[in-house]
Unconditional design. Sequence first.
Length: 431
Amino acid sequence: MAQRPIIPGWSTPNLNKPEEYSSEFVQDGKRYAVVVNASTGQRQLYFVSPGILGINSRSLLQTTNADGSIVPPNQQTQRNLDDFKRTQGGNEALKKAQNTSKRQALFVIEKASTPEEKEQLKETKEYKSGSNTEEQDPGIDPGKIIEFDTEDISKKTPIEVGTVITYPDDIKSNQQDRIKFTAVSLTKRTIKNPLEYKSVGGNVYVSIQGPISDSNVVGWGDSKLSPTDAVLFDVASGLIDGDTSNAEGSVKKELSQLKGNITNLTASKAANNPDLFTRATQQVFNPSLELIFKEPKLRQFAFSFKMSARNDTEAENIKKIIKYFKYHMAVKGKSGDLFLKAPDVFWIEYQKGTGETHESLNLIAPGKIKRKACALQTFNVNYTPLGTYMTYDDEKCTMVQYDLQFAFSEITPLYQSDYEDELVEDHSIGY
């Protein structure tokens, strides 16, 4: 079967199901996502809800077959549906979203289904009315979201959007566990937070190689509180609240503890040497030392892949992969430009050989959660990892082995709310 076409504004996130297309739309101020199977006509409708700090999450509402029947929901989907009806406008809002998702499905079928599939789908109850080539319902509200134009570079990027490069080349047929990389560019955001990235390059799949580790870090640090600062805080709080009783008590307590030490303290101050006070009294001021939360931290991810070509296809794929990462991590612009644009970033996901998310390894930045992405900060290639210069006897003199080393950093830190996403909530480890 011929390769499925690229549809602007739609992504194909599942390697094993290239016939599945995903996109989002806004209607009556509410954001939805729809996944359409161009082969079977089945579609899934999601409600996209804003979370803490503008971070969105998807909740599956309904799955509809081409014959118009609704797939019986599991417990989680039923809870999502009940909550949506209760808080977002009941059956009327759901019906409008269903109608829009159907128009979206008709558009995908028109663009991506084979002639045979179209004929079969047009005979079903759900799609008997024929196709609709409108890309967007005129009644859809675009919403108040900052959007960025994403340059169409699909013909210039080393790996075109919608295509797949693998190492080794038989990774799919052998069902090897792998890491999926997808180059993406920011398309929507609020002032404070990225909301959505869009694929601007094909997918790269590399078999998992060790070592594999992750490190979740939170910024904690020492905090010291001097007696003077503590008194000043109590005094300031009392003045603001209009109740100075606590401040007066704090001052009296500190003065009472100073009795008997004023002479030595004053002498050490006069000598400008606080150690003299300790020598004379064997005492120090209590620093009230405490470890306190300072700030969130960004996770760092390092990967190392050794690649040796076994045939001409793998030789070409290795070189395409190297160029792919070098191209997308490069700053956009040219010498003399007044402004430069940020490089592309990446969705990264561990997958099982079946193409499903690996549940025994941590999540990084899966494309199913479109606001998460990682920046490639350092990319090193060792062309002679064996310590000597050796090439194959092919036209391009392919190196016998390549050693690729990556240093990624996530773009936004993790919050507890991130674990409430449907994908993460059902994942054994999470982030």
